[in-house]
Ligand binder design. Structure first.
Ligand code: RFL
Ligand code: PHB
Length: 394
């Protein structure tokens, strides 16, 4: 088989790239290790920045998001038992975020791809990338017990943190920066009304908690837990009991509990690969970087990587120019490091680090107190949370 761009991974990065290239008349094939249902079953991100919303519109898949997504102009920070609102909309001159699940974004992109009759090969085993140092890269894979080969002009590594593309880059050409946090997030999805109309980020001496949502009838909650905890140890009752202990009295009284429809533990990590280009192979999304989820930046960063990458590839074919692909890595990394910085900072501010002792908790509370009382402090949080403009710093 021959295509212009072989995309590895049918998560949000790969699907969005496929859609943007299709809109520009560029042919792409997507190879995915899992089934479509498996990809849709992964409950992950919930908050979209304006740049992501705009991109989904540009890709022609924004209709349901605008109907069903919830626009949020602020969120609460809870510390020392009291809640304080960060009015993002006011602090950023009118910017908001949209609460719309990654599952729904993925579903919309999958539907658009199916409607356009585009090729996604699910359950592709042993995907391997070859010759990306030349002008004729190849991808091989197995499907139904047979070996297949795709020749292409470019390979897009949209295959997440555990993918094959980054792992295939020459070790001498790659630099990796990593920080692993000493805790994880235990997440529960439940068909119960959210405890509050906006998100609540909680700093408590018992550990971080987050009250999020997917709709007016579906809630998503998270608890900071030790990395050694196993999800089987956490009954629904134990989860709700612990969440209540981390909330303020009003939220505790209002919280509606119910059976979990999904429960999982995710480790927290900051990770960046440099560069993001290896000849004719590019990394985008979680394949190139990971942020801890506290700042809600992972999916949004994936979307901006894909915007830069699709622009670069379109420029290559339409204008016969390599300047976009030459600057891809550097442009992306600037935005990535800004989001890494914010996500690491917000994670450090909100979580309990037992090794920092009682003074660690006091210093966090003093910083939170400063943020809510200083317009400059609150604005800094707000402008990062809604997402820095694409041309920031230029
Ligand atoms: P994905 O979603 O991991 O998709 C990669 C795809 O590649 C496939 N794959 C392969 N296919 C073929 N051959 C191989 N060898 C392959 N290896 C892997 C995989 O099966 C998969 O389908 O990466 P992508 O597309 O870059 O998307 C990134 C986002 O998923 C991720 O950044 C976000 O979910 C992060 N995140 C959040 N981001 C936000 O912007 N806002 C949030 O509110 C937010 N909350 C979260 C999050 C991530 C979380 N977890 C579980 C890590 C909350 C959580 C709990
Ligand atoms: C979510 O709803 O899954 C979510 C929201 C905000 C975050 C992380 C996750 O910061």
């Amino acid at each position: 088989m021959r295509t212009q761009v072989a995309i590895i991974g049918a998560g949000p990065s790969g699907l969005l790239l496929g859609q943007l290239l299709h809109k520009a008349g560029i042919d792409a094939v997507i190879l995915e290790r899992q089934t479509g249902d498996y990809v849709l079953g992964r409950i992950r991100a919930g908050v979209l920045e304006q740049v992501t919303i705009d991109l989904l519109d540009e890709a022609g898949v924004g209709q349901r998001m605008h109907q069903e997504g919830l626009v949020h102009g602020g969120f609460d920070m809870l510390f020392k038992g009291e809640r304080h609102r960060i009015d993002m909309n006011k602090l950023t001159g009118g910017k908001n975020v949209m609460v719309y699940g990654q599952t729904e974004v993925t579903r919309d992109l999958m539907d658009a791809r199916a409607t356009a009759g585009l090729t996604t090969i699910y359950e592709a085993a042993n995907v391997a990338v070859h010759d990306f140092d030349s002008a004729k890269p190849r991808v091989t894979y197995e499907k139904d017990g047979k070996q297949h080969e795709i020749t292409c002009d470019f390979i897009a590594g949209c295959d997440g943190f555990h993918g094959v593309c980054r792992a295939s880059a020459p070790r001498s050409a790659i630099k990796e920066f990593e920080k692993v946090y000493p805790f994880g997030w235990l997440g529960v999805l439940s068909d119960t009304p959210p405890v509050h109309e906006e998100l609540i980020y909680v700093n408590s001496p018992r550990g971080f908690a987050l009250c999020s949502q997917r709709s007016e009838t579906r809630s998503r909650y998270y608890l900071q837990v030790p990395l050694t905890d196993k999800v089987e140890q956490w009954s629904d009752q134990a989860f709700w009991d612990e969440l209540k202990l981390r909330l303020d009295p009003e939220a505790r009284a209002k919280l509606v509990t119910g059976p979990s429809i999904e429960k999982s533990i995710a480790p927290l990590r900051s990770f960046v690969t440099e560069p993001l280009r290896f000849g004719r192979m590019f990394l985008a999304g979680d394949a190139g970087h990971i942020v801890p989820p506290t700042g809600a930046k992972g999916l949004n960063l994936a979307a901006t990587d894909v915007k830069y990458l699709s622009n670069a590839i379109i420029e290559f074919y339409q204008d016969k120019s390599e300047s976009g692909i030459d600057s891809y890595s550097e442009r992306c990394l600037k935005r990535i490091w800004r989001a890494e910085r914010f996500s690491w900072w917000f994670t450090s501010l909100m979580h309990n680090f037992p090794e920092n002792g009682a003074i660690g908790q006091k210093l966090q509370e003093a910083e939170l107190d400063y943020i809510i009382h200083s317009e400059a402090g609150a604005r800094s949080v707000a402008e990062n949370y809604v997402g820095l403009p694409l041309d920031f710093g230029h």
